[in-house]
Design a protein around this ligand. Structure first.
Ligand SMILES: [Zn+2]
Length: 281
């Protein structure tokens, strides 16, 4: 299912770790059922929202960079049974191994974005080891501070993100951080305190990695809908409206980790209304 797209001299591949179906109302609990009616045909036969959980593999500047690491093998999304976690197999489809990864960078530290970071041995008291053993792990500083200062969190964050801090493999970043000459982080806080998007630029082409600014193509037109996990709803909405407004009717390719396959497309205006137009593979 891996989908590879060229961006100038670079390449970006969408890797589907898991998929599942969940009621749309669960995602957007404050949105009245009637507001979903115009979109019923965009949902599945069971009127469920099919969500993908993707990581993106970037090859640029002679480096292999992984953006997010999916749910991983241990924890799965709530709702209908999820497909098995398959990030390593997806990487193999584009001839990449975990050992090839030079940098793992995160849009944010939610449970569905950190799952393949660490492996625990038989001795549970022993430190886990990084699965991407040749990589540095780059984490938004505001997410790192947030999750190190709260008690309640999904176990995947506690098990797969926080222990990185004890393993001498982690750096935090702030603001418009250059991950690599062709890959820049852009702060888009709201969904989480340090939520970041990324722009891959090469040879005059651009790809914008959305992160969780939007979870479903319906949000193209409904940017004011608040997602269940928007940490700061007002800030999340403001970032969503700003970024999608900037991407409207441009050549910039958009990589949307939770959208249906292929997960790449563009935001276009049709009769004044914004739509998601997937690329044709
Ligand atoms: Zn997510």
């Amino acid at each position: 299912m891996a989908t590879r797209v060229r961006v100038g001299d670079a390449a970006i591949t969408g890797l589907v770790d898991r998929q599942h179906k969940l009621s749309p109302e669960w995602h957007y609990p404050d949105v009245p059922a009637a507001d979903w009616e115009p979109y019923r045909e965009m949902l599945s036969d069971e009127a469920m929202a099919l969500l993908n959980f993707r990581a993106f593999l970037v090859r640029a500047d002679g480096k292999t960079i992984l953006i997010d690491t999916g749910w991983g093998p241990k924890h799965a999304p709530p709702g209908a049974a999820a497909s098995p976690a398959r990030l390593p197999q997806e990487m193999a489809e584009v001839d990449a191994t975990m050992d090839d990864v030079d940098v793992v960078v995160f849009t944010h530290l939610h449970a569905d974005h950190v799952g393949w970071n660490l492996t625990y041995g038989e001795d549970e008291a022993a430190a886990p080891s990084p699965n991407f053993r040749n990589a540095r792990y780059l984490v938004p500083a505001d997410d790192w501070a947030h999750y190190n200062n709260i008690e309640q969190m999904h176990p995947n964050i506690r098990e797969q993100a926080l222990p990185l801090g004890d393993l001498d493999v982690l750096d935090t970043f702030e603001g418009e951080h250059l991950v690599s000459p062709s890959l820049q982080a852009l702060p888009t806080p709201g969904h989480s305190p340090g939520h970041s998007s990324f722009v891959l630029s090469s040879g005059g082409e651009r790809c914008f990695v959305l992160g969780d600014l939007a979870h479903h193509p319906i949000i193209a037109a409904e940017t004011h809908w608040v997602h269940r996990f928007d940490f700061d709803p007002e800030r999340a909405r403001a970032q969503r409206e700003r970024v999608l407004g900037e991407l409207d009717d441009t050549d910039t390719l958009v990589a949307a980790g939770h959208f249906p396959q292929p997960g790449f497309g563009r935001f276009v205006r049709v009769d004044g209304r914004r739509e998601w137009r997937p690329i044709e593979i």
